[in-house]
Design a protein around this ligand. Structure first.
Ligand code: GLP
Length: 272
């Protein structure tokens, strides 16, 4: 996989990349481009830039299908902190996304197992996900696959760890007791089955997770390392998220940044 480091706004870099991918694919009603989508603070700018591209007619979502990666269990669908609300507010509303192309997990479904099975079936029915976008938890989680999740997991009901509840309490009046304790989440296998994967990591709080990605091997305790299973995976990071990079990557990155200080981005190849 590759680690792309940039001083540019990560959201702008990612949105420009997504725009190129969708436009090159030239999606049609019967052959939509299928995106896997995350929530979280890191990707707010990415969505803002995608909306800007739409507004400026550089991109259409008409033939783009989406599958969100996760949703809290137990929150009303229209709760301001539900991932459904987040997606409508940050991306879908006011664009040309077709409602039937939008797929969101329902954390209020009567039968949560059936909800998850249907979600996997809907992904398969569209021929799989073309580009899975994601963020990274401080503890290395991807979607809501917490440390210890098997790398072949599929969409399912999961328990959140105290660390994730604490991290996400900032969206719930800083009160961890208000954060749901469970969620529905695509599995690590669901993510790595995508044709391409692009994850974003911003800030020093993600530095430990990025450091683990760069260490040899795959580590169940750091779900982000599953991305190394993927032949076409990119982690896009800012320099702060790379502060704890181990050798030889630390030196490689410093050298590249010295050689092309005005570069748009620098690329490191992380082999398993
Ligand atoms: C939540 C989401 C993850 C996301 C993570 C990081 O836990 N389930 O998909 O990657 O938050 O969020 P942030 O970008 O706010 O750090």
């Amino acid at each position: 996989m590759r680690l792309v480091v940039t001083k540019m706004n990560l959201g702008l870099w990612a949105a420009a990349y997504i725009k190129e991918k969708i436009n090159a694919f030239a999606p049609m009603p019967k052959k939509p481009f299928v995106l896997g989508l995350p929530t979280g603070g890191t990707v707010v700018d990415m969505y803002a830039n995608l909306r800007l591209f739409y507004k400026n007619r550089l991109l259409s979502f008409k033939n783009v299908a989406t599958f969100n990666m996760d949703e809290y269990v137990g929150l009303p669908l229209d709760h301001p902190q539900s991932y459904r609300s987040y997606m409508h507010c940050n991306l879908f509303d006011g664009t040309d996304f077709q409602p039937e192309n939008i797929h969101l997990l329902n954390g209020q479904a009567k039968d949560l197992n059936q909800e998850c099975a249907q979600y996997e079936a809907a992904i398969a029915a569209l021929g799989g996900i073309d580009l899975f976008l994601g963020g990274v938890g401080r503890n290395g989680h991807i979607a809501f696959n917490e440390p210890g999740s098997a790398f072949n997991t599929r969409t399912r009901l999961v328990d959140l760890t105290p660390s994730t509840i604490e991290a996400n309490s900032r969206f719930f009046l800083n009160d961890p007791h208000r954060v749901p304790k469970q969620a529905l989440s695509v599995g690590i296998g669901t993510v790595t089955d995508a044709k391409e994967v692009l994850f974003l990591a911003s800030g020093e709080k993600k530095a430990e997770a990025v450091a683990h990605l760069a260490m040899p091997g795959k580590d169940l305790n750091w779900p982000i390392t599953a991305l190394k299973l993927h032949p076409h995976a990119t982690l896009l990071a800012d320099p702060e998220a790379c502060e704890q990079l181990p050798e030889p990557f630390k030196t490689q990155l410093a050298r590249q940044m010295d050689e092309t200080p005005t570069g748009e981005h620098w690329t490191l190849h992380i082999e398993d």
